[in-house]
Design a protein around this ligand. Structure first.
Ligand SMILES: Cc1cc2nc3c(=O)[nH]c(=O)nc-3n(C[C@H](O)[C@H](O)[C@H](O)COP(=O)(O)O)c2cc1C
Length: 192
């Protein structure tokens, strides 16, 4: 039987944190070129990309192996027969969390997340809002109950970050560790 390539779906929604998607795609491209990245960007994410980075949407898309229109609900990641390692949504807005937990798959990102859950593949959500309202907390609890792993993009100080890039890499490694693709070095190894 033909060997399937290793594929990871990367969804980017309109929460603050566009530099995190950029850092994640760069790390995968540079350190794991054997893994195909399949990128889906929402309209809200295109807005935050413009607000939070100097990159154009084309620049971002060029970091991924394959990039899709979010309205293209017939694209490959919309089907469970498109085998993947799973999916990371980074950053993950509260609207996208709501869509995932309700199964309201009216765009490709939501459909791909729905497929990831139904196929019992790993779904990691870098859910970002502050403060978190009761609806958000309820939906995140439900996402966890449904099998998603909630990996919020929160800082750690024990590894003495010097720059925003260090902080982004910490978050990215937390996400990639869900797929055993992290670089290590950032984990807490116990007090000296
Ligand atoms: C600059 C900017 C920052 C935003 N930050 C957040 C955020 O951190 N968390 C969030 O849930 N929504 C945030 N939003 C709102 C979402 O973009 C909005 O709810 C959008 O409809 C989400 O749709 P999507 O999940 O399809 O991308 C932000 C919007 C903008 C323009």
């Amino acid at each position: 039987m033909k060997q399937q390539p290793a594929r990871l779906v990367v969804g980017m929604s309109g929460a603050s944190g566009a530099p995190l998607t950029v850092a994640l795609l760069r790390q995968l491209r540079d350190r794991h070129p054997e893994i195909e990245t399949h990128l889906i960007v929402t309209h809200g994410a295109a807005l935050t990309l413009a607000q939070e980075t100097d990159l154009s949407l084309e620049d971002l898309r060029a970091l991924a192996s394959v990039s899709y229109e979010n309205g293209d609900i017939g694209a490959a990641p919309a089907s469970g027969s498109f085998k993947t390692m799973g999916m990371i949504v980074v950053p993950c807005s509260m609207k996208t969390v709501a869509g995932i937990v309700s199964g309201y798959s009216d765009n490709l990102l939501l459909r791909a997340a729905d497929v990831t859950l139904k196929e019992r593949r790993k779904l990691a959500l870098a859910a970002r809002e502050s403060p978190l309202g009761t609806v958000h907390l309820r939906n995140l609890y439900e996402a966890s109950q449904l099998g998603a792993v909630v990996v919020p993009p929160v800082l750690a100080y024990y590894n003495h970050p010097f720059s925003l890039e260090d902080c982004a890499n910490h978050v990215v490694n937390r996400l990639l560790s869900q797929f055993d693709l992290d670089e290590g070095g950032y984990q807490w190894t116990g007090l000296e």
